[in-house]
Design a protein around this ligand. Structure first.
Ligand code: AHM
Ligand code: MG
Length: 341
């Protein structure tokens, strides 16, 4: 047979359905939820790609719950994901970076829904109008309350309880990467057929790397452990391929994705200005932490595992150290030595 007939493309939809067989107790709801997220991601991708053309750039004049400026595309992405999740029938509530309160989905649609979704619809929004990569991050949990009105406790679950987590990167190409706890798989959007196609099966992060990613402009405000670790990264030593390269895009998804593929560490520590760190536990740190662990890496708050943190509020922040396991472990050692908790 001619090789052209043997070549097979696995789409996200096919992959999800095939994997569904691994969860005999699941009735396909999780698969449908992931599919809905994939569809919303394609719609957001379309708008992100024409951002310079359509009159959609610039501040919309409102700010989100953290008092940060919202861009129009943030609002658009938020609406798209909420609308996809609200109409699918599998999700009963959403926590979004852009909404102060959790969003309860009408019980007409969600009466049998068993999942809640935490989402950062468009992360790295300061990069939108300068044509630099941005992303979406999501995390899915089983609802813990039995019925009726959704409870805050449905969202305040440890990262270890996630049933699926992923991100979409809108970069030189658009990719969706996700895990359901059986490894990490990456899909690249083929715009010619409008499908996410499996391009990065069973992703693994190298145990160590030569890239460190941190906003060094904040150096003066860093804990001593981080300052010392940065010094370590900058010292020359052939055996460990130091000095390392510094790479910081300022879009978490993009910095994370690069380090996942190449090996490296991303750090957003507590600073004097933000003593609890900047990044949000529920919809930025937990999903990426689970993905990195599933890929063989490590995620920490500088002292312990991100996934073991018991959340106490929807928009809780945490310091974040993530990437190659040996690099994160060493950064933790520097923290233990120079910046005791
Ligand atoms: P955002 O959710 O408002 O976009 O903020 C999160 C972003 C991350 O994507 C990025 O890594 C970080 O904030 C950059 O922050 P800073 O400009 O302080 O380095
Ligand atoms: Mg964000």
């Amino acid at each position: 047979m001619n090789s052209i007939y043997k070549r097979s493309v696995v789409t996200l939809g096919q992959f999800i359905i095939e994997r569904q067989a691994d969860f005999p107790y699941a009735k396909g709801e999780l698969s449908r939820l992931l599919r809905d997220i994939g569809i919303a991601a394609k719609i957001v991708n379309r708008e992100v790609n024409k951002a310079g053309l359509a009159d959609i750039l610039g501040d919309i004049g409102s700010s989100n719950v953290q008092g940060e400026e919202q861009k129009k595309l943030d609002v658009f992405a938020n609406e798209q994901f909420i609308s996809a999740l609200s109409s699918g029938g599998e999700c009963c509530a959403i926590a979004s970076e852009e909404n102060e309160e959790m969003i309860q989905i009408s019980s007409d649609v969600s009466k049998n829904a068993r999942y809640v979704v935490c989402i950062d619809p468009l992360d790295g929004s300061s990069n939108i109008d300068v044509n630099v990569s941005i992303g979406t991050i999501f995390s899915i949990y089983r609802r813990v309350s039995l019925s009726g009105t959704i409870q805050l406790s449905d969202f305040l679950q440890k990262g270890t309880e996630q049933v699926a987590a992923g991100y979409v990167i809108f970069g030189s190409s658009t990719m969706l990467v996700y895990t359901t706890g059986r490894g990490v798989n990456g899909f690249t959007l083929d715009p010619s057929i409008g499908e996410f196609c499996l391009s990065h099966p069973d992703m693994k992060v190298p145990k160590t790397g030569t890239i460190y990613s941190i906003n060094e402009g904040n150096y003066v405000h860093f804990p001593e452990g981080v300052k010392q670790y940065i010094k370590y990264c900058q010292v020359e030593e052939a055996a460990t391929k130091r000095p390392y390269s510094s790479r910081y895009i300022g879009s978490l998804v993009a910095d994370f994705h690069r380090n996942l593929l190449k090996g490296g560490i991303y750090i957003y520590p507590a600073t004097a200005k933000s003593p609890k760190g900047k990044l949000r536990l529920l919809y930025e740190c937990n999903p990426l932490a689970w993905i990195v662990e599933q890929a063989g890496g490590k995620a920490s708050d500088g002292y312990g595992r991100i996934l073991d943190i018991q959340p106490n509020s929807l928009h809780q922040r945490t310091p974040f150290y993530i990437g190659s396991s040996e690099m994160v472990k060493l950064a933790e050692e520097y923290m233990a030595r120079f910046s005791q908790k």
